[in-house]
Design a binder for this molecule. Structure first.
Ligand code: AMP
Length: 179
């Protein structure tokens, strides 16, 4: 298990992207490191290894990178959650609130079976709105959210974890939102 500082060092902070005041956490520097991606997958994988996960759901687009890696690690299938209009077959959708306005995510309606234990993965937890909507989408199909995982959790003034109460939430590094 790597220490949080290990991950913090490998994540690039890009101030004022995509707009002024946002400290963007860029995981491309972590995943281009020869061991960075592998360690992230190993550590998230061991956090959930006793949970009898049978499917990993990853959120577009950075959640695909870690989610697909975890599915390989856990020896289970991978399911993409995408922005509206991207998935070709019949979908179920979930709307959620953003700071300004609303957003929507979709998943194929046959992606999850009833009672299946699902791990939901994204790169970063900020307000928690995206991961909460993804968890609800899994539950809409009768899946059981056995865990929620991310690499980075933004803390202080953002309370993403509160929105995800009741779920087993694991992050590899916590970083204050303005750092
Ligand atoms: P939220 O729904 O507020 O928890 O936001 C999480 C989603 O927005 C994730 O898919 C992240 O990739 C993205 N995101 C939000 N804030 C940041 C940030 N400061 N740096 C990088 N990605 C972010």
């Amino acid at each position: 298990m790597q220490k949080p500082e290990y991950y913090e060092k490998l994540i690039r902070n890009v101030p004022d992207f995509p707009k002024k005041g946002i400290q963007f956490k860029d995981i491309t520097t972590l995943i281009k490191d020869p061991k960075g991606l592998q360690n992230a997958i190993e550590d998230l994988g061991s956090a959930f290894k006793t949970k009898k996960i049978s499917k990993v759901v990853g959120i577009e687009s950075r959640g695909f990178i870690f989610g697909a890696g975890l599915a390989l690690k856990l020896g289970v299938g991978f399911v993409p959650i995408r922005k509206p209009g991207k998935l070709p077959a019949k979908t179920v959708s979930m709307e959620y609130s953003l700071e300004y306005g609303k957003d929507k995510i979709e998943m194929h309606e046959d992606a999850i079976s009833k009672g299946e234990k699902v791990l939901v993965i994204d790169d970063l937890l900020a307000t928690g709105g995206t991961l909460q909507a993804a968890a609800k989408l899994v539950e809409k199909l009768g899946g059981v959210v056995a865990g929620v995982g991310c690499v980075i959790e933004l803390t202080e003034s953002l309370h993403g974890r509160d929105l995800l109460k009741g779920y087993d939430v694991v992050s590899l590094v916590k970083i204050p939102v303005h750092e």
